[in-house]
Design a protein around this ligand. Structure first.
Ligand SMILES: Cc1ncc(COP(=O)(O)O)c(C=O)c1O
Length: 382
């Protein structure tokens, strides 16, 4: 029934298959018995396997067991969930926060719940799929403005054919590694009295004071109405949260189907997030080194004439174009001991296929230099 479609994907170089790891997603991983240097993980600060995070989970298991046993509104809400929510809210200068099972669930719940008939959700064209899915699931109208071109957003807002407007953006774009023009978005939010929502998924933990994110770094927290971030990237765990006013959080608790009708995350996930936040605060060198690794990689790429597009972070794409060639280069890298994913449509637009290098604080300069050299050779050979 679906075979023809799968065959077509295969033929177009778009068929996806999962690699199977036999170790934690650290700098070096074991895959099919072979060792690879990992450049595919969002475990940016190596906290997924940090001893203090692991110890927090171990100790937590003894006290709390594993599963939470129910939805948060039934029995899946512990003192630990509540403590973490208060800590996150405080960290982001908001009245309250609410934990969700994942960033995907948080984004889709926020938009599908808050935006109603007559509302407009305006998104940067490159926001994460979960934002688009949430916007599509609501009764409002979805409008996308071309990536970072806020003048186009301004035109949409000026038309004013909506009851309420939501402006939504990622703060650090996951496929291009560039940052949103938050200052301009805040100005538009003020001028047109909209609700501004930011997704800090890839920045939270790495950027800003104690990892509070891009909005905190730019001192714009007060102007952001709703912040979504996840425990699944720099914090090395699983789960996510929304931080906002007490009113919005209470509304989500009462109306967000993606919150109400799902099991609360295990208590140990919250303990792991707490431990990860402690490590981030105590060991700022991790994020400093990560950011420095990004700068070093872009310098290497510039010297080797590799196109990193608009990257300004530790997410460094190498733009290639065709999906098949990107796969080929990724496969050559694989054979030479590097795990670097090729990103193809529909994750990126047609013709926008690329390698997506995500760096970790653990990577050495030599790792990065060798990777760039190998990419250059692989491009020549493909
Ligand atoms: C920008 C962005 N938002 C949200 C998510 C989803 O987060 P999670 O993996 O916690 O579901 C991701 C991760 O894929 C992401 O890149």
């Amino acid at each position: 029934m679906f075979k023809t479609e799968l065959d077509q994907l295969q033929w177009r170089g778009l068929l996806r298959r999962m690699r199977v790891l036999g170790s934690a997603a650290g700098r070096k991983v074991k895959v099919d018995g072979e060792e690879k240097l990992m450049f595919a993980s969002n475990n940016y600060l190596s906290l997924a396997h940090h001893p203090e995070v692991v110890a927090a989970v171990r100790e937590g298991l003894d006290q709390w067991g594993y599963g939470s046993g129910g939805s948060r509104l039934m029995c899946g809400n512990t003192e630990v969930h509540e403590h973490l929510q208060r800590r996150l809210a405080e960290m982001l200068g908001k009245e309250a926060s609410l934990i969700f099972p994942s960033g995907y669930a948080a984004n889709s719940a926020v938009l599908s719940t808050l935006a109603q008939r007559g509302d407009m959700i305006a998104v940067d064209k490159l926001v994460h799929a979960s934002i688009i899915d949430g916007a599509r699931a609501c009764a409002g109208v979805l409008r996308a403005w071309p990536h970072r071109q806020t003048e186009k957003l301004q035109r949409v807002l000026a038309r004013g054919r909506h009851r309420r407007a939501f402006i939504v953006t990622d703060t650090l774009f996951s496929m291009d590694g560039d940052k949103a023009p938050l200052q301009e978005l805040v100005a538009l939010k003020r001028r047109y009295e909209t609700i501004l929502i930011v997704d800090e998924a890839h920045a939270f933990g790495c950027i800003g004071p104690k990892g509070a994110g891009v909005a905190a770094e730019a001192d714009l927290l007060e102007d952001i109405d709703i912040i979504v971030a996840t425990f699944s990237k720099a914090l090395g765990g699983s789960g996510a949260f929304v931080a906002s006013s007490r009113e919005i959080i209470d509304y989500l608790i009462n109306r967000a189907r993606g919150f109400i009708f799902t099991t609360g995350i295990p208590t140990v996930n919250c303990l792991a997030a707490e431990a990860a936040l402690d490590v981030i605060a105590a060991e700022p060198y991790r994020s400093e080194r990560l950011i420095d690794n990004g700068e070093y990689m872009r310098r290497c790429c510039y010297e080797m004439k590799l196109n990193t597009g608009v990257s300004e972070s530790y997410i460094v794409p190498i733009l290639i174009g065709a999906a098949e060639r990107s796969m080929k280069v990724s496969n050559i890298l694989w054979d030479r001991g590097f795990m670097v994913p090729a990103i193809r449509p529909p994750t990126v637009p047609p013709g926008g296929s690329r390698l997506r290098v995500s760096l970790m604080s653990e990577h050495t300069k030599e790792d990065i230099y060798r990777l760039c050299q190998t990419i250059k050779e692989a491009l020549k050979a493909s």
